[in-house]
Design a protein around this ligand. Structure first.
Ligand SMILES: Cc1ncc(COP(=O)(O)O)c(C=O)c1O
Length: 406
């Protein structure tokens, strides 16, 4: 019996997901490749260490598959999400390009000193929280200013976190797309826009962001090799503008051939811009507003740069209601992992595909079976601690505490 054959009941209180099987998906993309340089940059940042890859037998039982690995990005280089990887590499490349050379450096203090001839520079970014906080952290480490633009409705703890890095935070009327537009207007001789999304004429820096995310997947490759070399059959990745998913596709689908894992992209139902773009066959901008609690995924337009990779590399898209994300936060907490709303999104979509009758075609395309090995990206920790406590039912534990039920 395959997982696709099982008769499943949707967990009580959860709405059916919107599931799209991508007819344009390819097994391999021969024209994409994984750059190695970002890892060498990340290794020189103080506190760099690979994040854990955790085997979760309880989640595997819940989903009816053989193995679930969770890549836990709840704490990365001192911040509660993976986004610092993209921001750090993009800032590094943008600043050294301005300098006109790559200086020798072994520590951020040395890099900061080498960048001094640039004079005062401000890094500008739009964000739902994590990317802006990461850009602000890089600015602080390098002795630069940061101006960060957030959409209406960004919760105060996420704004406070950016201000604590020394950033000046401006609330822009509208959604994430409006914040992006506003940040784009800030570019100038002394102002560098470091965006995780791209638009016509602005692709180089977002390309470096995608390159930076590659470190997540390089680590996973090493961790799976060290654990005996098993490969995942399915990879579940959250999708906002699609830069992270593009990095996942590069890792798992680059090169020739037919084998390799299937990719499941997960979006909030109110921000399913990649799902609707795939349906339309071209980039679509959703009407404002995007209102999911999965705040990092509240994007109305996919990244133009990521789009060709997403259109050929994502096998299935699942758009889920917030209730699935809350259930996934609780499931991850039961597995000992502190995941914020966005961090839990990939598990939410996978759960919806595995457990909901609406996921039947997806289960079949993904080849989900009782012995499948599944990799889930958990991309964020408790970035809104009060919301985490409300949803999970107890306060956010200190880092490193064992929160699994006895
Ligand atoms: C925690 C988290 N996970 C996933 C994503 C999605 O990444 P992308 O916008 O590259 O699709 C984001 C984006 O901000 C995020 O903050």
């Amino acid at each position: 019996m395959t997982a696709a054959d099982r008769t499943l009941d949707r967990p009580a209180g959860l709405e059916p997901p919107d599931v799209l099987v991508n007819p344009g998906a390819l097994a391999r993309l021969p024209d994409v490749s994984v750059p190695r340089e970002p890892l060498a940059v990340h290794r020189r940042l103080a506190g760099y260490a690979p994040t854990p890859l955790i085997s979760c037998p309880g989640l595997a039982r819940q989903l009816g598959v053989g193995e679930v690995w969770v890549k836990d990005e709840s704490w990365r280089l001192g911040l509660p999400s993976f986004k610092i990887l993209g921001a750090a590499y993009a800032c590094y490349r943008a600043l050294t390009s301005r300098l006109g050379r790559e200086p020798r450096w072994d520590s951020v203090a040395e890099l900061s000193a080498a960048l001094r001839p640039l004079g005062p520079v401000t890094l500008c970014a739009a964000t739902d929280g994590n990317h802006g906080r990461a850009v602000a952290r890089m600015a602080r480490l390098l002795g630069l200013r940061a101006d960060i633009y957030v959409p209406d409705g960004t919760v105060q703890p996420r704004i406070d976190a950016m201000e604590a890095e020394g950033a000046s935070v401006t609330v822009v009327r509208g959604g994430y797309d409006d914040a992006v537009r506003h940040s784009a207007e800030q570019a100038g001789e002394r102002r560098i826009v470091v965006s995780d999304t791209s638009w016509p004429g602005y692709t180089q820096i977002p390309g470096w962001v995608i390159d930076g995310y590659g470190t997540v997947f390089a680590e996973i490759g090493d961790q799976l090799s060290a654990a005996g070399g098993a490969e995942p059959d399915v990879v579940a990745v959250p999708v906002g503008v699609g830069a992270l998913a593009a990095a996942a596709i590069r890792q798992f689908k680059s090169g020739q051939g037919t084998g390799g894992p299937k990719l499941l992209g997960v979006e909030p139902e109110s921000a399913r811009c990649v799902t609707e773009s795939l349906r339309a066959g071209h980039l679509v901008t959703l009407p404002f507003p995007q209102t999911s609690i999965m705040a990092g995924l509240n994007c109305g337009t996919p990244s133009q740069l990521a789009w060709p990779t997403l259109a050929r590399g994502l096998d299935v898209l699942a758009a889920v209601a917030d209730s699935w994300a809350m259930a996934a936060m609780r499931s991850l907490a039961a597995a000992g992992i502190v995941a914020g709303e966005t961090g839990a999104a990939a598990l939410a979509g996978l759960h919806a595909v595995c457990a909901d009758p609406a996921g039947e075609s997806a289960r079949s395309v993904l080849g989900l079976r009782p012995d499948s090995r599944v990799l889930v990206l958990c991309t964020e920790g408790a970035t809104d601690p009060a919301a985490w406590a409300r949803i999970v039912g107890h306060p956010v534990p200190p880092p490193g505490a064992d929160i699994r039920p006895a």
